[in-house]
Design a protein around this ligand. Structure first.
Ligand SMILES: [Zn+2]
Length: 388
């Protein structure tokens, strides 16, 4: 008989692989594949690209038919660089009723629970299929999941609903905002600042676009939100620049300036509309720059693009997850997840996982033991619902 690991042992194992997004996740995937195989579960890989440094894994247990449940998690974690950790981030440490370690909360704790449930589904037998989908590159803009979801559909019978186990304190989250970012590179023309009227300062032109974001924020905040938008906090799409770099010296008009214009878009609004409005403003600014120096320009490139999770009316995922958790309220959040990508691919989707988003990405990230055990009971009830 193959060894059956507990959810805690599985979490310890997964956290031991330092799968920061920029580094390969193949050691973790190799291990998961081997563990599932030892329990007679076949898994499938989807490689990011030919470099074969990053891959997703998915697997199916139960009757070979459509209509099951997918438990979805990401395998990557955010870096610990510069963070004041008091424990070894890649070893689970128990202290004061908490499990500390990078990913305990976001989201290898859930991944471990999902792997445990899959093996139990196989051991006990289920009348409705259970699938697991483990992605890569979630923390760098949810760029791994779309290709994984597409690959899954060609290999496994399509599940009806997806539960994305991002930390929600096991509340059933049926809506979140979408996000889109536009990398902006302003190319100016350098002259001495005493004759700046003959040059183009990329920094000063950038200020116009940053201020456009201020104006947009003021505009949307002054408007009455739609009914859908009113579910979110804040009930509008915000436009934001987090970092900006540019310029060479105090007395030179800047040659370059770079930043990301990011939008957190409420469901019901079109992300592309925001990109289009921004692009239109950038072209206006660019025309002014080129009137001074024809080679000045603004380059815009898509940086990240994560669809919103639109609340479904009595959606299958929501109804199912409410039965499992007993949580009858609906919740929405303002952070993005892979749930909108599953929904766009035709799954009913919710976010529901143990732990609090407040601990995600933090130094000394933790999940409370109580919350992890609640996650274990969640999986037990989920197995009951699947006829185990
Ligand atoms: Zn996450």
């Amino acid at each position: 008989m193959a060894e059956v690991l507990t959810p805690f042992e599985l979490m310890e194992k997964l956290i031991g692989f330092p799968t920061v997004s920029r580094d390969p996740n193949t050691d973790l995937i190799d291990w998961v594949e081997g563990y599932l195989a030892s329990h007679g579960i076949e898994s499938h890989r989807h490689w990011r690209d030919e470099a074969k440094t990053h891959c997703a894994l998915f697997a199916h247990v139960g009757p070979w038919e459509e209509g099951g449940v997918v438990l979805s998690g990401h395998t990557d974690v955010v870096p610990i660089d510069g963070q004041p950790w008091t424990t070894d981030a890649f070893t689970v440490t128990e202290r004061d009723g908490k499990y500390y370690g990078r990913g305990t909360c976001d989201m290898k704790g859930f991944d471990a629970l999902a792997l445990w449930a899959l093996v139990e589904a196989k051991r006990r037998g289920v009348t409705r299929p259970l699938q697991i989908a483990l992605s890569y590159d979630e923390e760098v803009g949810c760029t791994g999941a779309p290709a994984m979801i597409e690959a899954m559909q060609g290999v496994l019978p399509k599940a009806e609903l997806a539960i994305i186990g991002e930390p929600s304190m096991l509340k059933v989250v049926n809506g979140h905002k979408g996000g889109v970012g536009v990398a902006t590179h302003i190319v100016g023309f350098e002259v001495h600042s005493s004759i700046m009227h003959t040059g183009v300062s990329a920094v000063m032109e950038a200020a116009k676009l940053v201020d456009w974001a201020n104006q947009m924020n003021a505009e949307v905040m002054a408007k009455k939100p739609t009914e859908l938008a009113a579910m979110f906090d804040p009930p509008w799409t915000n436009s934001h620049v987090g970092t900006i770099t540019g310029g060479t010296a105090n007395n030179i008009t800047a040659k370059d300036c770079q930043f990301i214009m990011g939008f957190r878009v409420v469901p019901g609004e079109n992300k592309q509309d925001w990109v289009d409005r921004y692009t239109a403003r950038a072209r206006e600014v660019e025309a002014g720059m080129q009137a001074i120096h024809p080679e000045a320009r603004i380059d815009l490139t898509g940086f990240f693009d994560v669809p919103a999770l639109k609340p479904e009316k009595e959606g299958a995922a929501e109804v199912f997850t409410r039965r499992v958790t007993g949580d009858n309220a609906s919740h929405v959040v303002s952070y993005g997840t892979e749930a909108g990508q599953f929904q766009d691919a035709g799954y009913s989707a919710v976010v529901c996982g143990p732990g609090s988003i407040e601990q995600a990405h933090q130094p000394d990230e933790f999940i409370t033991i109580a919350e992890f055990e609640k996650g274990h009971r969640f999986m037990e009830r989920l197995l009951d619902e699947l006829g185990a």
